[in-house]
Write a protein that binds this ligand. Structure first.
Ligand code: C2E
Ligand code: CA
Ligand code: CA
Ligand code: CA
Length: 281
């Protein structure tokens, strides 16, 4: 035979086709997972640095894909974000997280004059830039009956810089009374000075800063906390894993902390049990 096998271009074509097919298959599986109840939320407590109190939770999605076991969010959220599927996913998370917090408030009511825990939900950039987001949030607030201030919407800084539509929607969301947090702060290109103009309530410092041993990073964290406070923002430190980090954050006046040192993301049952324990003491 003249040809000894397939050409490079043919092989490349096949690889590309296989990747596209795999992606389409994953998209279909995510969509099916949403309708079939394969998704669940875990809740990572956020703690008040000064008094150890659980001040709120972040809802984190988990997917048990049939035949694949648990799939990590980083392995399917980016695929969902490539299409409007992410809006369906966000909507499901919003609905479930607010329903859960409303249930916890009913079952474990707070004593008078004690602050209520908040629920933070990750909103993807695509959904935030979509007109549907404002109605979606209004719908879950109405369905759950939650005070809007207890819902925290986590958005990334790039979204605020790149998409004017997202900024308009954010204003409308805050007008509903929800709180907004910048997630993963420090990983994008926002300068500390730009914080002044950001229509947000809370800053979450990315865990790459908190866990870093690089010279100058501790000073940078202290600076970010100080600047954020100057602009009236509350600060959450993400990814706290070491006691020394917590000591330092307390000295820097950081408001809240989240990380494996304090609590791992918990199942709904474990997070509810934690709340019951806190409420009964
Ligand atoms: P994120 O919003 O920055 O969420 C925090 C991630 O850090 C979570 O990973 C959490 O388990 C992990 N984490 C918490 N404490 C520590 C710590 O002390 N050390 C370390 N190394 N990691 C810690 P997870 O649950 O795998 O989520 C990864 C990302 O997936 C999230 O990053 C978020 O961008 C996205 N994601 C998760 N759930 C949702 C969701 O419901 N909707 C959307 N749109 N995105 C989600
Ligand atoms: Ca987040
Ligand atoms: Ca984060
Ligand atoms: Ca992230």
């Amino acid at each position: 035979a003249k040809r000894q096998g397939r050409s490079r271009a043919e092989v490349f074509d096949d690889v590309l086709r296989a990747q596209l097919a795999e992606r389409a298959e994953l998209e279909a599986a995510i969509a099916a997972g949403l309708t079939n109840g394969e998704m669940e939320l875990h809740y990572q407590p956020v703690v008040d640095v000064a008094d150890d109190r659980v001040s709120g939770y972040e809802a984190l999605i988990r997917w048990q894909r049939p035949g694949h076991g648990w799939v990590a969010p980083d392995d399917f959220i980016p695929v969902a974000e490539a299409s409007s599927l992410i809006c369906d996913l966000d909507r499901w998370v919003l609905h479930e997280a607010t329903r859960q917090l409303a249930e916890w408030r009913r079952v474990h009511p707070a004593a008078p004059d004690t602050p209520e825990p908040t629920m933070a939900v990750n909103i993807s950039g695509r959904h935030l830039a979509d007109r549907s987001v404002v109605q979606d949030v209004a719908d879950v607030l109405a369905a759950s009956g939650l005070p809007p201030a207890l819902l925290v919407l986590e958005v990334t800084e790039t979204v605020l810089v790149d998409a004017p539509a997202a900024l308009d929607n954010l204003a409308a969301l805050r007008a509903l009374g929800t709180s907004v947090a910048i997630d993963d702060f420090g990983t994008g290109y926002t300068s500390i000075g730009q914080l002044r103009h950001m229509p947000v309530d809370t800053l979450k410092i990315d865990r790459s800063f908190i866990g870093s041993a690089e010279p100058g990073h501790e000073e940078l964290v202290a600076l970010i906390i100080r600047a954020a406070h100057t602009f009236g923002l509350t600060v959450v430190a993400e990814g706290v894993e070491e006691p020394a980090q917590l000591v330092r954050l307390l000295a820097d006046g950081c408001d809240h902390a989240q990380g494996y040192l304090l609590h791992r993301p918990l199942t709904a049952a474990d997070a509810g049990a934690l709340l019951a324990r806190v409420r009964s003491t």
